[in-house]
Design a protein around this ligand. Sequence first.
Ligand SMILES: NC(=O)c1ccc[n+]([C@@H]2O[C@H](COP(=O)([O-])OP(=O)(O)OC[C@H]3O[C@@H](n4cnc5c(N)ncnc54)[C@H](OP(=O)(O)O)[C@@H]3O)[C@@H](O)[C@H]2O)c1
Length: 250
Amino acid sequence: MTEKWEKTLKHALITGASRGIGAAMVKHFAKLNYNLTLCAQNEKRLNDFSDVIQQYHPDARIETIALDYNQPAAVDEACSNQFSLMPVPDVFFASAGVSVPDMLETPSLSWQKVYQVNVLSTIAICNLVSKRMAEAGGGHIFIMGSNSAYIHKGHSGAYGSSKAAIVHYAETLFHLMLKDKVKVTCLCPGLVNTDMTRDDLPFDEEEVIQTKDLVDTVQWVMGLSPGASIPSIRIQCTPLIVARNEASEQ
Ligand SMILES: NC(=O)c1ccc[n+]([C@@H]2O[C@H](COP(=O)([O-])OP(=O)(O)OC[C@H]3O[C@@H](n4cnc5c(N)ncnc54)[C@H](OP(=O)(O)O)[C@@H]3O)[C@@H](O)[C@H]2O)c1
């Protein structure tokens, strides 16, 4: 362990850290003087982003782990090595995820990918981190679910079913971990203004949920007293509900 790990009290592990919601969480926890372990698939993008954060927070210790969640052997390897050897995080924000279009048109390889990334690899790392946090006496885990887990639309059926699986996992983990003082919260927003949605966003970027809304939610959840725990939170995208209500009235 280097000097920098010892100097700072808190450590956050963030996956999907290079972009979107994960990147917003990186900025948030960096401002709170956490040391950071950042994980994403594209090594260059991850390291470039890490360098920018380091410039603004020169005292922070920032490690990066480039890992393709769609490679189960690489995920197992990272679980046995980097994720096992790093200091136990105080906060784990599991944001890595992919979307696929249209359920009926989604080829089986894409079904495999959306389940491997959003469910199986996410669970492999969450299981390990949960056990390590329990041994260390506590922590907080945030897992990105989605409002798509609760709606039944063909265009998001493959993605939504993977998110339903991870919401179920997260809520089960919530119950399993309470006795070990590990709080688990699954965040389930509708449309958020990120790369994932930007290309086919049916509304103006400013009209939908912003990454800041997720940051504010995390801050609020973490500010609750030890006796208060939130298993999951749905955050609806206002213009999407209005559009759906109008469609159902016609
Ligand atoms: N945006 C929304 O409307 C919305 C709504 C509800 C829930 N969510 C969920 O929130 C999470 C974050 O979404 P976002 O909107 O921030 O997405 P995003 O902007 O597309 O970012 C996705 C992140 O996941 C990483 N990632 C993608 N595929 C990966 C792989 N195979 N292995 C490892 N990392 C991988 C990406 O890394 P690279 O940069 O290396 O590709 C990136 O850091 C996801 O789980 C998503 O399902 C999003």
